[in-house]
Design a protein around this ligand. Structure first.
Ligand code: NAD
Length: 501
């Protein structure tokens, strides 16, 4: 079978380029697909198409119910392809097949469906109370913002795409999407479904290209009215700075360093598995992973022994094999970053009680691998504990009191996720004290379309999904309609004398 090739999608047409990317499996390095490599010229074409579709096209004037119907159609199409697209996702970025069906593709379809339903029930135009003493009536309208740039990463590419383009489109905006250059395939497959569902030309455009210059050019484009970004905090900050010049709307979903607190009454049989799931799911490449495990000091030795024993049973290997728990790291660059952190941790005095290296053995000669790793002898000021490693690397900290656990948990620049394991009332009490956008009690990675996803502090700005998702992609307009017929009560009569007569 020949290798599939994916062009770019601009103004309703598939557009090839002279240069191509090779998408290779991070498990085997085999060629999965080739993809057109967009540049600044393609960004210009895509933004112009999106601007024209916004200004001249009818998408923003299409009734919300019709826009929602199109999204329902796309959701159904995606849901019908879960198994096929799950395999493609696994081959592209190495996330295990145990997770790509339900999380990457299934949840994306559910998210589109939820946003379509939200649009059906959204208050696009409401009449407010009488404005006395004028008398006038006020109308509040929600209107699309304009051209939205969506820039997404490689770790959970489809869901992070859907979180942006589904609310943007259903709210009547037009979109230029820039998938990550290492993992663009599912976004391009999604564009095919939008095309098949009849989305008008120019309303959605997809440009795969490098972060620099393509992402930066798109994010700074004067015709882009909003940027929605998921990725590193460094790039998120650059986008925010760049947006100051035109007061562009920005939604950012950045890194995390989730604190996972085991209370002394936690059921350890469950919590140990939960701690490994929190840190190592998606091969440890999740922004909301639980990477700082906080355990009672007097239980540390027992917990670490049990963690190591359990983690040693996790199967590292072929991500397409349903018995595999942990697959490869998505790229050589990311693998090298993690290995660098192994060195930093050692220099800082941390001890690896499990892993801490690239696995030996013939089956790991191809591809990009690290062993699942657990560090002890760490303190909350070490780089291995403060910075996002983005791999299956757990650090174990200790605490003597709940106050101390909360203080350590909140002592971070990030604030995306946290978790607490223990009896419900005590755990909920701790959950309320944690500075994080999402706190899971006795579980982790619970992501649901009806609940907001996003973080405090340097983890981002705004929320994705949840009941307010459409607010992030609309402007509010207040229209006041004077119905007095006379002059006396008009607002201007306060400063301008009424005309005699
Ligand atoms: P990145 O932020 O560089 O890339 C994310 C997206 O932004 C990609 O599409 C990339 O092409 C684009 N991009 C890069 N530079 C840009 C720029 N100047 N302007 C506009 N867009 C730009 O992330 P990375 O290099 O792939 O990963 C580095 C680290 O970021 C990871 O190790 C991890 O710590 C973090 N990360 C976080 C998430 C998350 O879900 N929050 C996802 C991926 C990576």
């Amino acid at each position: 079978m020949s290798t599939p090739h994916y062009p770019l999608y601009i103004d309703g047409k598939w557009h090839d380029t002279a240069e191509h990317y090779e998408i290779r499996s991070p498990a085997t390095e085999e060629l999965v697909a080739t993809v057109a490599k967009g540049g600044v010229a393609e960004v210009e074409l895509a933004v112009a198409a999106a601007k024209a579709a916004h200004e001249e096209g009818g998408w923003r004037r299409t009734p919300p119910a019709e826009r929602a119907a199109l999204l329902h159609d796309v959701a159904a199409r995606l849901a019908g392809r879960v198994d096929e697209l799950a395999v493609l996702q696994t081959r592209e970025n190495g996330a295990t097949i145990r997770i790509t069906g339900a999380l990457h593709v299934g949840l994306s379809a559910a998210q589109i469906q939820y946003l379509a339903s939200l649009a059906e029930n959204y208050e696009w135009e409401t009449t407010g109370p009488e404005i006395g003493p004028i008398p006038a009536v006020g109308i509040i309208r929600r209107e699309p913002i304009g051209v939205v740039a969506a820039i997404v990463p490689w770790n959970i590419p489809l869901l992070t795409t859907v979180w942006k383009i589904a609310p943007a489109l259903v709210a009547g905006n037009t979109v230029v999407l820039k998938p990550d250059e290492h993992a663009p395939l599912l976004a391009l497959e999604l564009a095919k479904e939008f095309e098949a569902a009849g989305l008008p030309a120019g309303v959605l455009n997809v440009i795969t290209g490098d972060g620099e210059p393509v992402g930066a050019h798109l994010a700074g484009h004067p015709h882009v009215r909003k940027v929605a970004f998921t990725g590193s905090t460094a790039v998120g900050k650059a986008i925010l700075r760049q947006s100051a010049d035109t007061i562009r709307r920005v939604t950012l979903e950045l890194g995390g360093k989730g604190a996972n607190i085991l209370l002394d009454d936690a059921d350890l049989d469950i919590a140990i598995d939960g701690a490994l799931f929190a840190c190592m799911a998606n091969n440890g490449q999740a922004c909301e992973a639980g990477t700082r495990l906080l355990v009672p000091a007097d239980q540390r030795d027992d917990i670490v022994r049990r963690l190591v024993a359990r983690a040693s049973t996790l199967k590292l290997g072929d991500p397409l094999d349903p018995t595999t728990h942990i697959g490869p790291i998505a790229s050589a660059v990311q693998r090298d970053r993690i290995v660098e952190y192994f060195g930093i941790a050692a220099q800082e005095g941390a001890t690896a009680v499990l892993g801490g290296r690239v696995p030996p053995g013939a089956e790991f000669e191809k591809g990009y691998w690290v062993e699942p790793t657990i560090f002890v002898d760490v303190t909350n000021d070490m780089r291995i504990v403060r910075e996002e490693v983005f791999g299956p690397v757990l650090t174990v900290l200790t605490y003597d009191s709940i106050d101390e656990a909360v203080e350590i948990a909140n002592d971070t620049n990030y604030g995306l996720s946290a978790g607490v394991w223990g009896s419900e009332e005590r755990a909920l009490d701790v959950a309320r004290r944690l500075d994080a956008g999402m706190v899971w009690v006795n579980d982790w990675h619970v992501i649901h379309p009806a609940y907001p996803f996003g973080g405090y502090k340097e983890s981002g700005l705004g929320r994705e999904g949840g009941p307010d998702a459409l607010d992030e992609y609309t402007e509010q307009k207040f229209i006041s309609l004077d119905r007095s017929g006379g002059i006396e009560n008009k607002a201007f009569a306060i400063v301008i004398d009424p005309v005699a007569g």
